[in-house]
Design a binder for this molecule. Structure first.
Ligand SMILES: [Zn+2]
Length: 759
């Protein structure tokens, strides 16, 4: 249509007259030079008439176009004028919400996630949408007015479409202009929300109808709020708050008038008008020019006074333009960080996205995450671990001691987690380092129960009181002779399994690994107890028997593995959520909460009792932890890696299992060897406050007997020293042969144990 229009105009400039113009085809071929010369003399008058006729013709074309346009509008109204978008909840649609289960099982909101820094939503008015409190900082009036003044001066009056501008835009189109122009703020919002920016006329018509739809359904304030929070403002920045952070290193409600105008100036073409740090750059110069236009418009539309105008005009706008200045909407705690990573990873795995795509979806999808966090536990963990004064010991190189803890229930649900000592100042995002889930460290002696003892008891290789020999053993490892050394630098000779574990002997578990074979122990750890961070070199006597691994273990996997001793032998893969839905409540992810049997329930009870000795035994290495959880028993294991570079304390009450690690990021000796135990205790004692006493489950297949501490057999009246041991029903030891007499009765009725507090 535009080409035809141009032809008409070019024709009117030619040497033609009215008659010829009525017979265009015959003109060029039939006219002779003489005839032309004659006509030229009369041309002035004829040209005038021609112009009038052509103008009329043009008006006709425009009218027809408008009629066609109107028809198209009508057509599209019938076809597609609605929008599948809920502006009232738009902020939420850009927000992923984490829920936690309340005391009565109801889901309550825990935290909203707005992305690491890609989107920070600021409400239009200064009231918080949820609480209704006035204190919330909203979008300043000057900023709203700057955008309205330059982008859509009749915004407050029109119904989504500025017909005056649209008509002139169509005219421009007819004249061959490439862009439509004339978009109202509402239309621009439609474009931002639909990402529909095809060049077809139908798109424009659809946009108009959708704009009218929005205006019919939402208040102007809602429309401008959504517009300002989703608009592209150059350099990949969306929304006025993020733009304000990025360009000025301040929040949107601290912007000066000139700065408001600077942001409004970008909109027309972000790549062209987005200012740079360098005030002399072309972009900055162009932005400055347009900023003045914005201020002029604001003045002429009476949004600002002459005085304000002059001040803003004179103001030197300092552009920072730095991603570093982009504020985090909120500093996420370590649990939330780990949750984001898990959900993102699971989305990527299940739907075949890249991690980046999954992360993008995560923040934009308006997801609802039904998490396992217990706010009370997490708050306690945060309090304890943020106290670097108390716990962040300085290493030899001056760096601060680090640490991590994972607290979970006995079904693999993570209740709280910390990935560092000290105040958390930045968000980690999906690639950040969260020590609770990412720090793979040598487990030291916390390895022994999970690599060796549990398996040896499960297989009947040993029982609670089996007599073992703490002696110098020699093994051939890598062509060399190697002897495990105890931490107490000596050998104690014949002793029981109970005592070997209580004081954390090294020789005995190494003997057991040797007997079971490293391969079998390694498979048990990796296949039954979910340890994923060991490597091939760990398939050996020292790593498996003493915990001096090449790879290592995280607090998350350590806690999950140790849970089997508190829940009857069931392994639950640790998780931070139950399920995840999209904004329409479609379930996207659901955690399979079915456990696998890692060890028999009887073995679990026996291990639980053996590990209680670590805390309550007279020589237990975890003795200092005995008072942390009053009124309830705990089972635990300490761990110290080579050169005291890593300290561990892993232990559980009938309510919670917690694994705590401490160490420096760069390996060095830790000055306080009790620090992991202390931090574990600080967390556990607080989270058990007010909880009713409870017992561990006791297997029906485990029995309690007196054993002779010398022979390890069932104690008789003649035995000099006896203690209580726990056994598989089908693997009770034989009667002591060293001391004669009648076999002692069982300590008390076994099954009642689960409801009584043991001594
Ligand atoms: Zn005896």
């Amino acid at each position: 249509m535009s080409e035809k229009g141009e032809d008409i105009f070019s024709f009117s400039n030619d040497d033609s007259d009215v008659n010829d113009s009525l017979d265009l085809n015959s003109f060029s071929s039939n006219a002779t030079d003489n005839e032309r010369k004659k006509r030229r003399r009369k041309k002035t008058g004829k040209q005038r008439i021609l112009k009038i006729i052509l103008s009329l013709f043009l008006v006709g074309v425009i009218t027809v176009s408008l009629v066609i346009g109107a028809f198209l509008l009508y057509a599209f109204t019938m076809v597609d004028g609605t929008m599948d978008v809920d502006l009232d909840n738009l902020a939420l649609n850009f927000t992923t919400t984490i829920y936690t289960q309340g005391e009565n099982g109801e889901w309550v909101e825990y935290q909203r996630l707005h992305g690491t820094y890609n989107r920070i939503w600021v409400p239009y008015d200064r009231k918080d949408a949820l609480s209704g409190e006035e204190s919330y900082d909203g979008i300043p009036e000057n900023l709203v007015n700057a955008f309205v003044a330059i982008e859509d001066k009749r915004f407050r009056e029109h119904d989504g479409v500025d017909w005056k501008r649209t008509a002139s835009a169509f005219l421009n189109l007819l004249k061959g202009s490439k862009s439509y122009g004339g978009s109202t703020i509402t239309q621009q919002l439609v474009k931002n929300l639909t990402s529909d920016d095809s060049k077809e006329v139908s798109r424009k018509v659809r946009e108009i109808m959708r704009a009218r739809y929005l205006e019919g359904h939402y208040a102007k304030d809602t429309i401008i709020e959504c517009y300002l929070n989703t608009i592209a403002l150059g350099h990949g920045v969306y929304g006025v708050e993020v733009a304000s952070n990025y360009y000025f290193n301040k929040s949107v409600n601290d912007l000066t008038l000139a700065e408001c105008a600077t942001l409004a100036a970008i909109t027309k073409s972000p790549s062209y008008y987005a200012p740079d740090k360098d005030p002399e750059s072309k972009n900055s110069q162009e932005n400055k020019k347009r900023r003045l236009t914005v201020l002029n418009e604001m003045l002429s539309q009476k949004y600002i006074s002459e005085k304000e105008y002059e001040q803003a005009k004179a103001e030197e706008v300092k552009i920072i333009a730095s991603k570093d200045a982009m504020k985090e909407s909120e500093i996420n705690n370590y649990f939330v960080e780990a949750l984001i990573v898990q959900v993102t990873k699971d989305l990527a795995d299940k739907y075949g996205y890249t991690e980046k795509q999954a992360s993008e979806m995560f923040y934009k999808g308006g997801y609802k995450i039904y998490s396992t966090v217990d706010p009370k536990v997490q708050t306690t963990v945060d309090e304890v671990f943020s106290d670097s004064e108390k716990y962040g010991l300085k290493g030899a190189d001056g760096t601060q001691l680090q640490g991590a803890i994972t607290v979970m229930d006995y079904e693999g649900h993570v209740k709280g987690l910390a990935g560092g000592i000290g105040q958390k100042a930045v968000n980690l995002g999906i690639s950040g380092f969260n020590r609770a889930t990412d720090a793979v460290r040598q487990p030291g002696s916390t390895m022994k129960p999970i690599s060796t003892y549990a398996l040896a008891i499960e297989r009947g290789l040993i029982n609670y009181s089996t007599v073992v020999d703490d002696k110098k053993d020699e093994y051939k490892v890598g062509g060399k002779i190697w002897s495990p050394v105890n931490w107490y630098r000596s050998y104690k000779g014949k002793t029981t399994v109970k005592y070997a574990l209580e004081i954390s002997m090294n020789t005995i578990p190494v003997q057991l690994v040797n007997e079971l074979t490293p391969q079998v122990c390694f498979d048990f750890l990796t296949q039954k107890l979910g340890i994923t961070t060991l490597n091939e070199e760990d398939k050996n006597l020292s790593p498996l028997g003493m915990g001096g691994t090449n790879g290592g273990i995280t607090t998350l996997e350590s806690a999950a593995a140790y849970s089997v001793f508190g829940n009857g032998g069931k392994y639950y893969k640790p998780s931070m959520y139950y399920y995840v839905t999209d904004q329409h409540d479609n379930v996207l992810l659901k955690v399979d909460s079915k456990p696998s049997v890692a060890i028999g329930a009887d073995t679990a009870t026996i291990m639980n009792q053996l590990l209680q000795n670590v805390v309550y035994g007279s020589e237990g290495t975890g003795k200092a932890a005995a008072g942390y959880v009053p009124n309830m028993k705990i089972y635990a294991k300490t761990g110290t890696s080579n050169d005291v570079n890593d300290l561990w304390f892993v232990g559980g009450s009938p309510y919670y299992m917690a694994s705590c690690w401490c160490g420096y990021d760069k390996l060095q000796k830790i000055g306080n060897s009790g620090i992991a135990k202390t931090m574990w205790g600080a967390v556990m004692s607080k989270i058990h406050t007010g909880l009713a006493p409870k017992d561990f489950p006791v297997s029906d297949y485990a029995v309690k007997r007196y054993f002779c501490t010398q022979s390890g057999g069932l104690a008789t009246e003649g035995c000099e020293s006896k203690a209580i041991g726990w056994y598989k029903k089908n693997n009770v030891p034989k009667v002591c042969k060293q001391h004669e007499g009648a076999v002692l009765d069982a300590p008390d009725a076994e099954k009642k144990e689960s409801t009584e507090t043991q001594n």
